[in-house]
Design a protein around this ligand. Structure first.
Ligand SMILES: CC(=O)N[C@H]1[C@@H](OP(=O)(O)O)O[C@H](CO)[C@@H](O)[C@@H]1O
Ligand SMILES: [Mg+2]
Length: 518
């Protein structure tokens, strides 16, 4: 068969170093950019098979998100903008790890197992972040696509959520929006302008936001988007990539883990700032309080603000919809208590990785999901969207309910739910909510007080010896580990701690929180 001959020939230009084994981790493959050429070529092959199987266009994003500039990685996007299924993640790992001489066999096995019709057309959209290795690696993806007879379209430099958006728009024949970066800017900006147009009390000062672009793709794209926002938001952009290094001393992950402001940003006391990560799918907010202390508003605070707003609008609209907030074990205990006890919303906990949160959130009419690190979105069921739409369109709806329905409708549009989390979308929704509710960042922060917490990385010989259960909150191996954690936790009020192996770095993550900090 001709395509396999081509794969054989082309794959010899993208050889796999013998013995190198990689896992499709929490969010795709990730390691030093020098070791990824063969993985990228093979992910091109993989995307062709996934496209043939689903009879739809698949996305491949070359990025290592918050990792250092030297690293790179790849995230595969399913037709509706979602992440690929666990079974296909397994296939991706098998393909990436097949030794050079076994690649064709691995490919044919997969074709047979999934009964893939090889005469079906295949289309793959490719995007990349700003890393120095990204251009070369995205070319390797496209080489893989063409070796197996697929068509690729190169979208060049885009944020991860932009590629999710474009893939979903394309596969839904434009129902979700126009499948271009410009279409993305237009859809989100229009929704933001609609949301905020009646927030009359919002002064120019309150419209100002400082953004740390992590020296990455988010900075470039936010700059492009600014003109569409028509001055409805005043952005000062820092770490725009013109001099600093990607994610170095800046970006959402640095700010969240170090609990300090990124370097290169100047914010007046009391003013809002936010940080994107390296592929602009995460965001965290912060400010400096009157005593000069740095105050972080992370994914838990974001989930709380958004769910407070949505709950209020649903009540005003008279809609009785089932809403839940989905978190991971890293969510601050105070946020969980506030959501459950004060707000009375359903809270669920899943394993780390937005794919897990997304899945659980799909079970509700309104599923707000955020990782503590600021990665997340809101999902609305089809029936929820229909009800909101009917209410907004119905001439006999009273003014208050109509206003709420319109706010909900524009929130759905700005949140860009098909992207599994989008820093730009979330920034716009948060800014809109603060403007509509007439809330300052200090008032938002005061909704509840975080328990002091620490997250550390520990290097070990083999992180896979740690096995976990109960949404990663308890260790089942090695023997004695959980007992040791329990005996430490017992000694402190409101304490909680757990360990788990990272799915993106070769480290074990250790988390602890308690009522006080020494
Ligand atoms: C504690 C933490 O922030 N973990 C992150 C990190 O996963 P790890 O498996 O912990 O390395 O990267 C993932 C991908 O970006 C993100 O989904 C996840 O939340
Ligand atoms: Mg990211």
């Amino acid at each position: 068969m001709a395509p396999f001959e081509d794969v054989s020939k082309q794959s010899s230009f993208h050889p796999k170093p013998k013995g190198l084994l990689l896992q499709y981790g929490t969010a795709g493959f990730r390691t030093n950019g020098e070791h990824l050429d063969h993985v990228m070529f093979r992910m091109g092959l993989f995307a062709v098979l996934r496209s043939k199987k689903t009879k739809a266009t698949i996305g491949v994003m070359v990025t290592a998100s918050h990792n250092p500039e030297e690293d790179n990685g790849v995230k595969v996007i399913d037709p509706m903008g979602e992440m690929v299924t666990a079974v296909w993640e397994g296939y991706a790992t098998q393909l990436a790890n097949a030794e050079q001489e076994d690649l064709l066999t691995a490919l044919k096995d997969l074709i047979e197992k999934e009964t893939i019709n090889m005469s079906q057309e295949a289309n793959v959209f490719v995007g990349k972040d700003t890393r120095s290795s990204s251009a070369r690696l995205s070319q390797a993806v496209m080489d893989g696509v063409s070796a197996l007879g697929g068509h690729s379209k190169d979208f060049g430099l885009v944020t991860t959520p932009q590629l999710h958006y474009i893939v979903c728009c394309h596969n839904t024949q434009g129902n979700y929006g126009e499948p271009t970066v410009e279409g993305y800017y237009r859809k989100l900006s229009e929704a933001f302008i609609q949301l905020t147009k009646n927030a009359f009390n919002c002064t120019d000062d309150q419209k100002h936001l400082s953004v740390d672009g992590a020296n990455g793709i988010g900075a470039l794209k936010l700059r492009e988007m600014e003109r569409h926002l028509k001055k409805s938001l005043h952005i000062t952009l820092y770490n725009d990539g013109s001099k600093g290094k990607l994610n170095h001393q800046c970006g959402a992950d640095f700010v969240k883990v170090q609990q300090k402001a990124p370097s290169g940003i100047e914010i007046n006391p009391g003013e809002r700032g936010c940080s994107f990560d390296g592929d602009a799918d995460r965001i965290v907010y912060y400010y400096t309080d009157s005593q000069g202390r740095f105050r972080l508003l992370d994914g838990d605070k974001i989930a709380t603000l958004i769910s407070t707003f949505l709950k209020e609008q649903l009540t005003l609209a008279g809609l009785d919809l089932k809403m839940a907030v989905v978190q991971t074990a890293y969510a601050n205990g105070s946020s969980t208590n506030y959501l459950e006890d004060t707000m009375k919303v359903i809270v669920q906990c899943t394993k780390t990785g937005v794919k897990h949160l997304h899945h659980v959130a799909q079970g509700f009419d309104v599923g707000v999901y955020f990782e503590a690190n600021g990665h997340g979105t809101v999902l609305f069921s089809k029936s929820a969207k229909d009800k909101i739409h009917q209410l907004a369109e119905n001439p006999s709806t009273n003014d208050e309910a109509k206003r709420a329905a319109l706010l909900l409708q524009n929130s759905v549009n700005v949140i860009n739910e098909k992207t599994v989390g989008d820093a730009i979308s979330n920034m716009l929704l948060i800014e809109a909510i603060l403007a509509i509710m007439g809330m300052t960042i200090q008032q938002w922060d005061a909704i509840y007080t975080d328990l002091p917490n620490r997250q550390l990385k520990v290097k070990v010989a083999d992180r896979r010896v740690i096995g976990t259960t109960d949404a990663e909150r308890r260790a089942v191996s090695p023997a004695g580990l959980q007992e040791a954690i329990d005996s430490l936790v017992k000694r402190h009020p409101k304490a909680r701690s757990f360990v788990r192996p990272s799915g993106t770095e070769d480290v074990v993550r250790v988390y602890a929180e308690a009522e006080t900090q020494v």
